[in-house]
Design a binder for this molecule. Structure first.
Ligand SMILES: NC(=O)c1ccc[n+]([C@@H]2O[C@H](COP(=O)([O-])OP(=O)(O)OC[C@H]3O[C@@H](n4cnc5c(N)ncnc54)[C@H](OP(=O)(O)O)[C@@H]3O)[C@@H](O)[C@H]2O)c1
Length: 293
């Protein structure tokens, strides 16, 4: 069972699992665009209308062995009107999911967290409200592990990138710049990034599910899914130019850093046992360019 299967990582995970012979169920919203999943007969979509009973019925029917919870509403710097959708996606929906999972004893959870739950500020407080809500949800997962016999793994992710990313994040911007004469204003570019290619991230989710299934007692383990290769934003753009041969029109320093820009990614997380990133930044860029034709 996958939530967020129409999103960037979720669609890659759903397709991988379907290709590998898993029976995949995706919980989507009435307004979700499911085109990214349409070519796969092994993926069944269920529409969640917001009523907990609907979700419980889906779980009773599908009886998933593993639940991958990737649904999110991401906002870097929130405004008042963002709070409702953020709480809805990052907390309320997840709580309904945990409740519904109680209908299927033995079903394990792989939860997607973020490295931003721990900032590089002196107090290590979450980077933003989005990360703070995800931290709060992680506590709810721990509660369900302690009280409801849940076996769960949370993977705290760093910057995942790859082809077919509907979010318009950094790598998509660089791809666009490479194709056009467009100029982009950026910060000075000195922030270190921890990038993970999407296929590596998907490997991590699969490994985490096996790990949760192999637990001999209820519990909640938290791991970092780090690419282990920190590069400045400027270096990433340079790598993109080197691999693609394109010249990117970026004006460095025209925009300020964000108020709580992460200059150094979190490094204190426990690595997921048995997992290591396999795709280098340069190879990841090559794969993105190849997928773009
Ligand atoms: N990508 C990264 O670099 C990164 C880094 C750190 C952590 N993460 C975490 O990894 C997970 C996957 O991230 P992503 O980048 O793949 O996300 P994404 O592309 O933004 O996709 C978000 C997904 O969540 C669904 N969703 C949004 N609001 C929902 C709601 N209220 N109820 C149910 N579903 C809802 C969306 O469905 P619709 O199609 O209906 O909009 C979509 O499928 C998230 O938990 C994210 O916090 C990602």
């Amino acid at each position: 069972m996958i939530t967020g299967a129409t999103g960037f990582i979720g669609r890659h995970l759903a397709r991988r699992l379907a290709t590998d012979g898993w029976q995949v169920h995706a919980i989507v919203r009435p307004q979700s665009n499911t085109d990214a999943l349409a070519d796969f007969d092994a993926i069944t979509t269920h529409t969640f209308d917001g009523h907990p009973a609907t979700l419980e019925a889906v779980f009773r029917d599908a009886k998933p062995g593993a639940v991958f919870h990737l649904a999110t509403h991401y906002v870097a710097e929130h405004k008042a009107e963002d709070i409702g959708p953020m709480v809805n996606a990052n907390m309320l929906f997840g709580l309904n999911l945990l409740q519904a999972m109680k209908a299927v004893p033995g079903s394990v959870l792989v939860n997607a967290g973020t490295s931003w739950q721990v900032s590089d500020a002196p107090d290590h407080a979450p980077v933003n409200l989005y990360a703070a809500i995800k931290q709060a949800f992680e506590d709810c997962v721990a509660y369900h592990a302690a009280v409801e016999n849940l076996q769960a793994v949370t993977l705290r992710l760093f910057d995942v990138y790859g082809p077919d990313d509907p979010r318009g994040k950094l790598m998509s911007l660089l791809m666009r710049l490479a194709r056009t004469e467009e100029t982009l204003d950026m910060s000075p570019g000195g922030q270190l990034l921890d990038l993970v290619y999407v296929d590596d991230a998907v490997d991590g989710f699969v490994a985490a599910a096996h790990r949760a299934r192999a637990m001999t007692a209820p519990g909640h383990e938290v791991y970092a899914l780090s690419g282990r290769d920190h590069r400045t934003l400027k270096h990433v753009a340079q790598a993109f130019e080197n691999v693609s041969g394109a010249r990117l029109n970026i004006v460095w320093g025209r925009r300020p850093y964000r108020a709580r820009e992460v200059m150094t990614p979190w490094t204190d997380g426990t690595p997921l046992p048995g997992w290591a990133p396999r795709v280098s930044l340069e190879e990841g860029i090559e794969r993105m360019l190849a997928a773009d034709v």
